[in-house]
Design a binder for this molecule. Structure first.
Ligand SMILES: NC(=O)c1ccc[n+]([C@@H]2O[C@H](COP(=O)([O-])OP(=O)(O)OC[C@H]3O[C@@H](n4cnc5c(N)ncnc54)[C@H](OP(=O)(O)O)[C@@H]3O)[C@@H](O)[C@H]2O)c1
Length: 242
């Protein structure tokens, strides 16, 4: 069983359909039932694997418990796509209380959800399994609270790789740049902004969910057996590392 959080849309949806097409059984999670059910239906016609869905809020212990119950006792991989930037499309805070709520929501959706999901599922994972947490190029640029939250996710993955390595479990953080065809920007992306982001890449091209799927399929496979504890940037060279 492969568990993909945030599997109803964007990168998680594309990964779920890719795995199902190749005969794998997949469990997807998100807060809204409708997009999850649509992906499960699509998966039913895609190939030999199944996609089952559980609607739950992974920033809460009860939501994560619901996911863990459905996942059962054998989890081959966990890809944590659930997350996002709640500041997008929201007016600037008028009060300290509103600012505190935004900060808490951002950390809860990204860092807390990753930590709770891993905590609940890691007991069902064994030798050769893989965890991938979605970070972001925003961690390098410090975008609002979202960048710091994704930096924390990447740091969490480092400690986790050391803790789970002795059990043969690989842990990586995949940090994309701009990926189109997702709900991340909640309809706020303009042609001008998309062009500006495209021009920051070495290829002058926009990333797509399938670009992430190809890297994720490698990270879930035995071909990445000696790869753990890394933050992998997937951004067409928009942010380079050495
Ligand atoms: N698209 C980009 O340009 C980009 C760039 C860098 C990093 N990322 C990261 O990549 C990951 C995947 O995002 P995406 O690009 O595929 O965008 P997306 O389409 O917005 O996917 C995010 C998914 O996470 C789910 N989700 C959010 N909070 C959740 C919660 N508390 N509990 C359960 N599910 C939750 C959402 O569904 P519900 O709303 O129904 O819960 C949604 O399906 C995210 O972590 C995002 O921050 C995206």
């Amino acid at each position: 069983m492969h568990v993909i959080t945030g599997g109803g849309t964007g990168i998680g949806r594309a990964l779920a359909l890719s795995l199902a097409r190749d005969g794998h059984d997949v469990l997807i999670a998100g807060r809204r039932a409708a997009p999850l059910e649509a992906v499960a239906q699509e998966g039913a016609t895609a190939g030999g694997g199944t996609i089952t869905a559980v609607a739950c809020d992974l920033s809460t212990p009860q939501g994560v418990r619901a996911l863990a119950e459905r996942a059962g006792t054998k989890v081959d991989s966990l890809v944590h796509c659930a997350g996002g930037n709640p500041a997008i499309g929201r007016p600037a805070s008028a009060t300290l209380e509103e600012e505190a709520a935004l900060l808490e929501e951002t950390l809860a959706g990204n860092l807390v959800s990753a930590a709770l999901t891993v905590t609940a599922l890691q007991g069902a994972m064994g030798e050769g399994s893989a965890i991938v947490l979605l970070g972001s190029i925003a961690a390098e640029h410090g975008v609002g609270y979202y960048g710091p939250a994704k930096a924390a996710v990447a740091s969490y993955a480092v400690g986790l790789s050391a803790a789970l390595g002795p059990r043969g479990i690989r842990v990586t953080c995949l940090s994309p740049g701009y990926i189109s065809g997702t709900e991340f920007f909640a309809g706020t992306m303009t042609e001008e902004r998309a062009e500006a982001l495209r021009s920051q890449t070495a290829f002058g091209r926009t990333g797509e969910p399938e670009d992430a799927v190809d890297v994720l399929r490698f990270l879930l496979s035995e071909r990445s057996r000696h790869l753990t504890g890394q933050n992998i940037h997937l951004d067409g060279g928009a942010f380079t590392t050495r």
